[in-house]
Design a protein around this ligand. Structure first.
Ligand code: G
Ligand code: G
Ligand code: G
Ligand code: NA
Ligand code: MN
Length: 253
């Protein structure tokens, strides 16, 4: 069987499951929210990492159905935690192609509205690693989401296609600072001017900033000193399966 048909089968059998990585507000050590990261529970017996199927899923367009399964499960699982009572954000990855497709985004918005999770508790992360084919279309879908109360974050900021033009043309709420730049703290300090510039840029743009891939106290402290208090990474927690994440969530409340 080809990867294509295996993924199709996985979609029908809903084998794609969410893992959750906490995002911490270092100012008060409370959870700001979480990022949803997909895993493939293949044949219900083997856990497959996204690196082994996301690139193909993105190329083939199968990512759209995978994400729909993922969102459906996420809404069910997090509703069961009475998530609505918290003010935490649920951040979901989308590829540019998905965001350009208003009809498919409408379906996702309908799922959210029907759930007990509030639209303002949902955010979409849109990666800069891939380019939009139609920036105007993307801009109009982002405005539609905004009108519903859903925010959009620029993921992998600084690594890909034209962050400056994205930010000029799209109504984005947050910048997720890529791990690549965080990695320089304490290892390549002479390169920190890049990270510092991204932070200065985000501040000027009035955007919320989230640092990704934070692995050490030194990195966390540096980011906090420079005003980036929303942080995500192994220093705080790995992506957790639902059972573990629900314990984490309850302790945080
Ligand atoms: O979870 P992990 O760090 O192993 O993810 C590896 C890669 O897969 C990352 O680049 C991440 O952005 C991507 N990824 C994880 N979950 C999703 C998803 O639901 N949708 C998309 N498009 N990418 C995802
Ligand atoms: O949503 P669904 O019930 O189809 O998800 C499959 C089940 O398998 C979930 O309950 C999920 O928590 C569980 N699961 C996911 N990954 C693993 C794993 O690595 N090992 C085991 N034993 N169960 C897992
Ligand atoms: O592309 P995106 O930023 O959405 O993907 C996040 C990826 O980074 C996931 O695969 C997640 O498991 C991984 N990740 C999250 N925190 C850390 C970290 O502190 N260190 C490393 N090496 N990877 C991380
Ligand atoms: Na992401
Ligand atoms: Mn990211």
């Amino acid at each position: 069987l080809s990867l294509h048909s295996l993924i199709e089968k996985g979609i029908i059998r809903k084998e794609f499951i969410p893992y959750y990585q906490p995002i911490i507000n270092v100012n008060n050590n409370k959870m700001y929210g979480c990022e949803v990261l997909v895993r493939w529970w293949f044949n219900k017996k083997e856990l497959i990492s996204p690196d082994d199927f996301i690139p193909y899923a993105e190329k083939s367009g199968l990512i759209i159905d995978i994400t729909n399964v993922l969102i459906e499960k996420t809404l069910i699982q997090l509703s069961s935690l009475n998530w609505k009572k918290s003010s935490a954000i649920i951040s979901i990855n989308l590829v540019p192609e998905q965001l350009e497709n208003k009809q498919s985004m409408r379906k996702v918005v309908d799922l959210i509205i029907k759930s007990t999770i509030l639209p303002k508790q949902i955010a979409f992360e849109i990666t800069e690693r891939m380019s939009f084919t139609d920036l105007d279309k993307a801009a109009s879908v982002i405005d539609y989401l905004k009108a519903q109360g859903i925010n959009v974050k620029l993921d992998d900021a600084g690594t890909g296609y034209g962050s400056f033009s994205y930010i000029q043309n799209l109504n984005l709420q947050s910048l997720k600072i890529d791990k690549m730049f965080v990695d320089m703290i304490g290892t390549h300090d002479h390169k920190l001017f890049v990270l510092d510039s991204i932070i200065a840029f985000g501040k000027k743009a009035g955007m919320e900033m989230i640092a990704e891939g934070v692995e050490t106290k030194q990195q966390s402290d540096y980011l906090l000193q420079h005003g980036v208090y929303l942080q995500q990474g192994f220093y705080f927690s790995e992506p957790l399966k639902f059972e573990q994440f629900s314990r984490y969530f309850k302790e945080d409340q």
